[in-house]
Design a protein around this ligand. Structure first.
Ligand SMILES: Cc1cc2nc3c(=O)[nH]c(=O)nc-3n(C[C@H](O)[C@H](O)[C@H](O)COP(=O)(O)O)c2cc1C
Length: 382
């Protein structure tokens, strides 16, 4: 099929992937309201066209946490990415490297942080899920440091194990045995199946060597779930700050008071995020939460945002409200599920072109000027 948009990549991914995997990417917690609001709330911000600005080239580069990158985008951490395409994390990393942007790798990636760095050379950040056994957390930190990750993103929006009902219905959850229908689902998606059949045995690359992790993906997924620290609190962020020598960002903040506490804990930045609506359903959308957080800590911390980015205009609006860059989750996963590395490259190319078009229309030549000049082109709908 011809691909014109992230929405088209979504449709292409839906065709290529077994339903169980497509729904794992596409779904969210409970009624999926927050996921929908993440996208819909961008529509509450409208742009005013400012013609005759004489713009013949747009500048899209930004400096995030001390490093320049070609676009205001970062590949978001996503667990099980290597199920969407063979060594999916490496394929995504190569596309990110070619586009000049960083990738943030999930704790629960199939390819290890060392492997992704070695095989892509991408500017690699590491996303941490803190475990109750701090020995495991220390081991993960050591792997990230050894791979030269300059940035650690600690994810804090998992205060409880949430429920994604599509996963439950598709038996894509821990402890579910595969049913006959699940095998049929895979068999009816031969392009995916052939690709994955050539994959090395699947496991979580960052965890497989740990005592008790077991062999195979499902055993290791059980291991992670048993060890996740749902009681994480601010003292743990202090502890992490002392342990990690690089840049530390807190992912999953939507309240200004929490943003202030992250600043007080010595974080270098934060990600305004609700995990793409995959944790607290009916939680506030990220774009609605962003202005309050920027007002609280924008002078002190680098504020990034994610959740709901599907268009270049979404990125422009987020930057106008004070985000330095946006992480993209599903937008890259749809590309990967549709066409592997080429699909991720296409997703990035689409967003890049859309950002440039919007900039020209609103009369701002450089993404770095968006926040300061927001009053010239942003019209909230009340
Ligand atoms: C399939 C999938 C898996 C995810 N896994 C993780 C993860 O392992 N760690 C994490 O911090 N966030 C994870 N996230 C959340 C993303 O990092 C990001 O916050 C979210 O996807 C942003 O919303 P968007 O998909 O609308 O762009 C995951 C998201 C998806 C869609």
């Amino acid at each position: 099929m011809t691909i014109a948009s992230i929405g088209d990549l979504r449709e292409a991914a839906r065709r290529r992937l077994p339903r169980m995997l497509f729904d794992y990417i596409d779904g969210a917690a409970y009624d999926e309201k927050t996921m929908r609001w993440n996208e819909a709330d961008f529509d509450r911000l409208r742009l005013v066209q400012r013609p005759l600005a004489g713009i013949d080239a747009t500048a899209l580069a930004v400096t995030v946490l001390g490093a320049e990158q070609a676009l205001p985008l970062v590949i978001a951490p996503a667990g099980f990415t290597g199920l969407m395409a063979r060594r999916g994390e490496v394929q995504a990393a190569r596309a990110a490297k070619a586009a000049g942007i960083p990738q943030c790798l999930s704790t629960v990636s199939i390819a290890s942080v060392a492997e992704v760095k070695r095989d892509s050379g991408v500017a690699l950040w590491f996303q941490l899920y803190v475990t109750r056994d701090r020995g495991i957390t220390r081991d993960l930190l050591a792997q990230a440091a050894a791979a030269g990750c300059p940035v650690l993103a600690v994810t804090v929006d998992i205060s409880a194990a949430s429920r994604r009902e599509r996963d439950v219905r598709n038996h894509f959850s821990l402890g579910s045995d595969r049913r006959f229908g699940d095998w049929l689902d895979m068999a009816f998606h031969p392009r995916w199946l052939l690709d994955m059949a050539r994959s090395p045995r699947l496991s979580f690359g960052n965890l497989e060597h740990l005592p008790g992790a077991g062999r195979g993906l499902m055993s290791q997924a059980g291991f992670v779930t048993r060890h996740l620290d749902y009681t994480l609190n601010w003292r743990d962020i202090d502890w992490l700050r002392a342990e990690w020598k690089g840049k530390l960002i807190v992912k999953g903040i939507t309240h200004p008071e929490d943003a202030r506490r992250a600043a007080a804990a010595g974080a270098d930045g934060l990600v305004v995020s609700n995990h793409g609506g995959r944790q607290l359903d009916t939680g506030i959308s990220s774009i609605a939460a962003l202005p309050g957080v920027v007002e609280a800590v924008g002078e002190r911390l680098e504020v990034l945002m994610d959740s709901g980015i599907r268009r270049g205009s979404d990125v422009v609006k987020a930057l106008a409200l004070g985000a330095k860059a946006c992480l993209i989750g599903r937008a890259f996963l749809y590309g990967l599920g549709a066409r592997g590395e080429a699909g991720v490259a296409q997703a990035l190319e689409i967003l890049k072109a859309e950002i440039a078009v919007v900039l020209a229309h609103i009369g701002v030549a450089d993404v770095r000027a968006l926040h300061a000049r927001r009053h010239e082109f942003l019209a909230p709908v009340t």
